[in-house]
Ligand binder design. Structure first.
Ligand code: HEC
Length: 148
């Protein structure tokens, strides 16, 4: 379902090109809305993971951390040039240093992947460390690439 939607959006973005981006500017629609939804999911997942860590339910962490990891991998593709401006909080810095933005997404991917592996292994200490690393890669990207 999500995949089909992504494929559809990609096709739409390719066929409509600039008009699609212009549409996104008028409100949280199109690709801007989609990435905001993924980020909101990230926040909810991080919060739920914290609870599961406290309760020692590592198994429940696996799908949540996997979702964070998979979004990190797709993230740069959801930031086409020109998709900033209200209501987006994307900083213009993203397009001035796109490889830095990709590296920040990749750091988030790696930390979330460590969390997936630690949770699968049932290694609480490693999971805690990977959780902290994941949260800090969210923060450091926001510091450089998100307006507040
Ligand atoms: C590589 C950079 C990057 C990483 C990593 C990243 N974010 Fe973000 N985040 C952004 C940017 C840029 C925006 C602004 C998007 C927009 O408004 O168009 C954003 C927006 C958000 C928002 C606001 C969504 C909304 O509806 O306006 C939340 C919440 C959020 N991020 C949470 C997280 C969490 C939690 C993580 C880590 C698990 C994370 N982000 C990782 C760059 C990142």
């Amino acid at each position: 379902m999500a995949l089909r939607k992504t494929a559809f959006t990609t096709a739409l973005a390719l066929s409509c090109g600039l008009s699609m981006l212009a549409y996104a500017h008028s409100g949280a629609t199109g690709i801007v809305k989609e990435r905001m939804d993924f980020f909101t999911q990230n926040k909810d997942n991080l919060k739920a993971i914290k609870t599961h860590l406290r309760d020692g339910d590592l198994g429940a962490i696996v799908p949540l951390a996997t979702q964070i990891r998979d979004w990190a991998e797709k993230m740069p593709a959801y930031f086409p040039a020109g998709s900033d401006g209200k209501p987006s909080e994307a900083s213009p810095q993203i397009w001035l240093d796109f490889s830095g933005f990709e590296r920040a997404a990749s750091a988030n991917y790696q930390a979330a992947n460590e969390l997936v592996l630690a949770a699968e292994d049932g290694d609480t200490k490693a999971a805690l460390n990977a959780f902290k690393a994941t949260a800090s890669t969210c923060k450091s990207c926001h510091k450089s690439y998100k307006l507040d």
